[in-house]
Write a protein that binds this ligand. Structure first.
Ligand code: P6P
Length: 348
């Protein structure tokens, strides 16, 4: 057998193996994860074709698929909703694309899990063929009655049952955790299967990269300016600086730092003290995965997973990656921005 170095394990087989380690498992979560993997395959297919169409421009009034004329993030949003609205596994959904909760249609039986998702994060990068991603967060239902409510969606991150992201790049990868490590799968589009390619991911230390949009530096607090000087080792000629890498697509920047070690941060600043990224469908799931891989995520004041959300689209400053790099940011803010932190914690 040439070229195949490890057992060929599909994501379905891996999820089943994980389920078999839970004696009381019912298979409901297993089936929900299957459904998300299938949605990812459909989105991956359209994302690739969308890239081609946009390079060729509008070759005719009607493009080949129709969906591409619908914005691709709307397509991704609908695929995920339609994949999960009838299965009886989900009691309510919430999406970056919708202001309100997405209730299960009356004709279908609601289920036990809560699905929150960012269907296509960074979709503005499609037109320049840069990689983009989908993010999933899964909670258990905690409210009484069959229907999901806001209280089911607004749970702290440490209550998450599972989290996953898909990165549509040079290859399509799905990375997930159910609280028993982090596992990465690469899509073989010729057979439509995700194969285990990155078992038991742990974030390498020391981190090699820092990812931030330095175009916002003018608005950064002095404490963040000091932090970046430290990352760049500007005042310590004997210490190696971290390299700067920034794609501008959260999932892609997160994925590189997870595999190579590093820190991504989108801080609160003088214009946006709450930062830009969303807590429930960006920061929480990625923080869950980072912590499962031995890393850490903070809003600058403390663990992202401890924050009690107060609204679905609530923004939060976000630092995620190697624990030592994220905790360093917390210390710079404690040292230089005590007043900002006190005000921010009061309002978060
Ligand atoms: P900026 C994409 O629009 C996004 O939501 C994330 O994927 C990304 O990390 C961030 O915004 C980029 O924001 O201000 O650097 O363009």
């Amino acid at each position: 057998m040439t070229g195949i170095s490890q057992p060929l394990i599909t994501i379905e087989r891996h999820i089943l193996n994980q389920q078999e380690q839970y004696p009381g498992a019912t298979g409901r979560l297993t089936n929900l994860l299957y459904d998300l993997a299938l949605a990812a395959k459909l989105i991956a297919r359209e994302t690739t074709r969308a890239g081609i169409v946009s390079i060729l421009g509008a070759t005719s009034g009607e493009n080949v698929h129709g969906e591409v004329q619908q914005k691709l993030d709307v397509y991704a949003d609908q695929v995920i909703f339609r994949m999960n609205d009838h299965t009886g596994r989900v009691c309510v959904m919430a999406s970056e694309e919708h202001d309100e909760l997405l209730q299960i249609p009356d004709r279908f039986k609601p289920g036990y899990y809560v699905l929150i998702y960012d269907p296509l994060d960074g979709s503005s990068n499609i037109d320049v063929n840069a990689s983009i991603g989908t993010i999933f967060a899964i909670h258990r239902k905690i409210s009484p009655g069959p229907r999901g409510t806001e209280s089911d969606v607004l749970q702290p991150g440490h209550k998450l049952v599972a989290a996953a992201y898909v990165v549509y790049g040079s290859s399509t990868m799905l990375v997930y955790s159910t609280g028993r490590g982090v596992h990465g799968f690469t899509l073989d589009p010729s057979v439509g299967e995700f194969f285990l390619s990155h078992p038991d991911i742990t974030i390498p230390s020391p981190g090699r990269y820092y990812s931030a949009n330095q175009g916002h530096q003018r608005d950064w607090l002095p404490g963040i300016q000091h932090y970046v000087r430290w990352l760049q080792a500007l005042d310590e000629p004997d210490r190696e600086p971290l390299a700067q890498r920034y794609i501008g697509s959260l999932v892609s920047d997160f994925h590189r730092n997870l595999l190579r070690g590093g820190v991504f941060f989108y801080p609160g600043d003088t214009r946006r003290p709450q930062g830009k990224l969303r807590l429930t469908y960006e920061a929480q799931p990625l923080a869950f995965i980072a912590e499962q891989a031995g890393g850490y995520a903070s809003d600058g004041a403390g663990n992202i997973l401890d924050i009690q959300p107060h609204s679905l689209h609530q923004r939060v400053p976000f630092f995620v990656g190697n624990r030592e790099l994220v905790e360093k940011a917390e210390r710079f803010l404690q040292q230089h921005e005590a007043q900002y932190l006190a005000e921010y914690v009061r309002t978060r």
